[in-house]
Each structure stands twice: as structure tokens, then as C-alpha cells.
Design a protein around this ligand. Structure first.
Ligand code: ZN
Length: 232
């Protein structure tokens, strides 16, 4: 896609009953420690596989990588248009920094990006339901599975920033489970600046509401300071 591309943002309260029932915008869910967290409300709407493949969130991470799921995701959420919380672009930014620190490509596992509240792996509230967690199964040519490899990359991520949390080796229980690297940013919700928050948290039957978030790719690449703006 060219500079100035945009991506559609929807208020999940405006989606149809089935989608709202699966995405549960604004609902409270409990984590494993019984703390409550409010699920995200604003999602990118991804119209097709081609668009998912074409959108780069950062130079090395495409939107598609965070949408990989198998049959454990709700059938409706495997169909396009698909929905992913807007905070995924914050995750991609951090993964880009992690990739640079690792000095190798970073590969997200199937079911290792966004998992909806309806996904069969969504038991307690996990940041995967916010689009702010990634399960990494391979870094460069190394499969991330053994204790020494997982601890090495957990250390690397934690040295990079306090914003990233990891799980210790062995956090996956069950005899058939493969371990992996889990990186998350906690329960971040993003409200794109293009959308207005003056709307009620109830379905609006009359009119679908959405906005287009401008992808500020040109600004990200700029080496000179951006032009002065009145509100800065
Ligand atoms: Zn995980």
C-alpha cells in the first residue's frame, strides 16, 4: 500500500449481535489472579486476506501475523471481515524493537497473536484478548522451546523495556503443550484519534459508525522534525 493508506476502525458496539457477543466490547473479565479488566472496544476491520497480508504495522511485522488462528477461534471470527483490537499496532512497535535487539526475525505462532474472548484458549483474561501479547515460536533459525532459549529471550525482552512482561519457562501446562516465548504489554486499549468517544456504550441501530485511521507512514520515516501544528 502507498503512503497515506488508511485502515477502518469500528466501534464494536455497532457490530451485529453475533459479533458483539463474541468480541464482548467493554465487558469486564477476570484474570488468573481474579483482577478485573475491561475488554477493548475499538477494532480494526480487516476486509480480506489480501488486505491483511498487505498492511505493515512496522517494517517487519504485518497485520496478518497477529490474525493467525486455527479452529479454536470462533467460526465467525475466522471469516472476513475480521476484527483485531487497535492496540495491536503498539505490540508490533515493541516487537520491532525486540527483533532489533535479538538481531533475528521473530515469528508469531498460530493462535499466538490476537485471541478473542470466544477463543477456546481464552480462559482467564489474557493480554492476547487485547491484541497486546505475542507467542513467539521461532527466532531466526532457533525454535523457542527449551528452557535455556526461553530464558535467554525473556531476559532480552525484560532488559529492553519494563513495558514487556514474559512468562517463565514451563508456564504451559499439559503433557502435549509446546512451550514458547510469551511477550505481553498488559491490558492496553487504544482509542484511535480519528474516532470520537462521545458515543454511548450501547448498540446504535440507526447508523453504522466508523472512522479511518490514517497510517502515518510518511511521518515515521521522516528524518526532519514534523511541521509545527497548532495543537502541539
Ligand atoms: Zn501467550
Amino acid at each position: 500500500m502507498s503512503d497515506g493508506e488508511s485502515i477502518k476502525v469500528v466501534d464494536a458496539f455497532d457490530l451485529d449481535d453475533e459479533l458483539r457477543g463474541l468480541l464482548k466490547p467493554g465487558e469486564m473479565v477476570r484474570d488468573a489472579q481474579n483482577r478485573r479488566h475491561r475488554l477493548p472496544r475499538y477494532f480494526y476491520e480487516v476486509p480480506s486476506r489480501e488486505v491483511a497480508m498487505s498492511i505493515r504495522l512496522t517494517p517487519h511485522f504485518g497485520l496478518n501475523e497477529f490474525l493467525l488462528v486455527d479452529l479454536r477461534e470462533a467460526p465467525r471470527l475466522q471469516e472476513f471481515p475480521r476484527y483485531i483490537p487497535c492496540a495491536v499496532r503498539v505490540l508490533a512497535f515493541y516487537l520491532e524493537q525486540f527483533r532489533a535487539a535479538a538481531g533475528a526475525s521473530v515469528h508469531v505462532a498460530v493462535n499466538g497473536g490476537y485471541r478473542s474472548p470466544a477463543h477456546k484458549m481464552s480462559h482467564a483474561a489474557s493480554p492476547h484478548m487485547w491484541g497486546t501479547a505475542a507467542d513467539i515460536y521461532r527466532i531466526g533459525g532457533t525454535i523457542v522451546k527449551t528452557q535455556d532459549v526461553i530464558e535467554k529471550y525473556n531476559d532480552l525482552a525484560e532488559q529492553l523495556t519494563d513495558d514487556i512482561s514474559t512468562y517463565p519457562y514451563g508456564h504451559v501446562t499439559g503433557s502435549t503443550a509446546d512451550d514458547h516465548l510469551h511477550l505481553d504489554l498488559g491490558y492496553i486499549t487504544v482509542v484511535p484519534r480519528e474516532i470520537s468517544e462521545d458515543r454511548m456504550e450501547v448498540p446504535q441501530e440507526a447508523r453504522p459508525r466508523f472512522a479511518f485511521e490514517e497510517r502515518r507512514r510518511r511521518d515515521r520515516r521522516a528524518t526532519e522534525p514534523p511541521p509545527a501544528s497548532p495543537e502541539s
